[in-house]
Design a protein around this ligand. Structure first.
Ligand SMILES: C[S@@+](CC[C@H](N)C(=O)[O-])C[C@H]1O[C@@H](n2cnc3c(N)ncnc32)[C@H](O)[C@@H]1O
Length: 381
């Protein structure tokens, strides 16, 4: 039974849709052929030009799912990556090297896991779906570098899992290191994932995620006075975005000091403040790279995590974010009215003027830095 293939719409290289009936696909389709079925079909696939998707990637994904009698579950955001070159780019963006420890949320069939392992990483996979966890465990059974836990990432004790893995690596290699996160996550847990991971700069150096493109743009591009500017932007900028002090050697020159003797001169301009653009939008991943195809495109974003010493100086992080959330709860209202549970509106006006802002400011007019200064002034009152 049950793969029903239809001819490819001219503008699509790969697409699919779910039918309303309930049974499972048992064998993968051959590209560009038409198979019909007499039984009811859960999954209807419209396939497939090989212009953009490698046939092996496509078939191996379907084979893996069929081996467990699985069909993708929407509730788990199961849109599997069909394009191994996207997985390779993800791993490149994270600069995964021999000996790195990588957390992968939702390994699914293990296609990204395999690229991570080939790059020399030790991978901890956290997979919620018991069948997919079993599948990926079997796939990498002979490889010590891969450990898979069947857990819901949003509920698991990720810190303790990682700390013990990093300690174990340290006792073997004698070196302490930070782990990285490289994952194609279900779009519906993106905010939870970012909120959990970004404050863990003591464990992770960078987090590279495949996100819904719209979310990626909102988190990367949002600016003051736009409707996309939210507490999550303040949160992301609080915990990620690294400033490096680097010595920069900017010019060489040759001096003819003594006739016939050339001296190589070096002009040292540094140290210089180099600020990486964070979070960084790396590249777009069109929807047809996934199986089943989602209704939206995706994009890869990198977050470089700060160490606690580099966080903005606030007296209490908890009270800082509670203030930011209160400010945005009534986005259209002025701060002098929304923050009155902290101090009087007169005190808020004075604090805003001290920060260099009008006393009538609304939350979307404040940068992270402004919020930090405002917080420190009004919580001192
Ligand atoms: C978008 S798919 C990606 C699968 C695979 N990494 C790939 O690139 O093909 C998301 C994966 O996350 C798993 N998943 C969904 N919710 C999860 C959660 N809360 N915790 C851990 N894994 C989850 C799904 O079962 C699925 O395997």
């Amino acid at each position: 039974m049950p793969w029903l293939l239809q001819s490819l719409p001219p503008n699509l290289s790969f697409t699919h849709y779910y039918s309303r009936t309930r049974s499972r696909p048992s064998s993968p389709p051959a590209h560009n052929s038409i198979t019909t079925t007499t039984t009811t079909t859960q999954l209807v696939v419209v396939a497939a030009s090989t212009k953009t998707i490698n046939e092996d990637d496509y078939h191996s994904t379907l084979r893996a799912l069929n081996s467990k009698g699985r069909f993708p579950r929407k509730s788990l955001g199961q849109h599997y990556m069909l394009n191994s070159s996207v997985n390779e780019q993800l791993v490149d963006v994270a600069d995964v090297k021999e000996g790195d420890v990588v957390l992968e949320i939702g390994p699914g069939t293990g296609s990204l896991t395999s690229v991570l392992v080939n790059a020399g990483a030790t991978v901890l996979g956290i997979e919620k779906d018991a069948h997919m966890a079993a599948l990926v465990r079997e796939r990498f059974a002979s490889i010590d570098q891969v450990k898979v836990l069947q857990e819901d990432f949003t509920k698991c004790h990720i810190r303790s899992h990682l700390v013990s893995l990093l300690e174990c690596k340290k006792s073997l290699d004698g070196e302490s290191q930070h782990a990285k996160v490289v994952s194609n996550i279900p779009f519906n847990i993106s905010t939870d994932v970012v909120k959990l991971l970004l404050p863990m700069g003591d464990i992770f150096s960078e987090v590279v995620l495949l996100l819904q493109e719209e979310t990626a743009l909102r988190w990367v591009e949002s600016t003051l006075r736009t409707s996309e500017y939210r507490p999550i932007n303040i949160f992301i900028n609080f915990y990620s975005g690294i400033c490096n002090m680097k010595d920069h050697f900017n010019a060489f020159w040759l001096i003819n000091s003594v006739p016939g003797v050339k001296v190589l001169g070096l002009l040292c301009i540094g140290p210089e403040l180099v600020t990486g653009r964070d979070p960084e939008y790396n590249f777009k991943v069109p929807r047809w790279n996934f199986f089943p195809q989602p209704n939206v495109d995706a994009a890869v974003v990198t977050f470089r995590l700060k160490q606690a010493a580099d966080y903005p100086q606030v007296s209490s992080i908890k009270s800082f974010f509670s203030m930011v959330n209160s400010a945005f709860n009534s986005k259209r209202k002025m701060l002098r009215s929304t923050l009155q549970h902290i101090c009087t509106s007169l005190e808020i006006e004075v604090a805003l003027r001290n920060v260099g802002l009008p006393s009538t400011s609304r939350p979307e007019e404040l940068t992270l830095d402004d919020f930090v200064r405002l917080h420190n002034l009004i919580t001192k009152v």
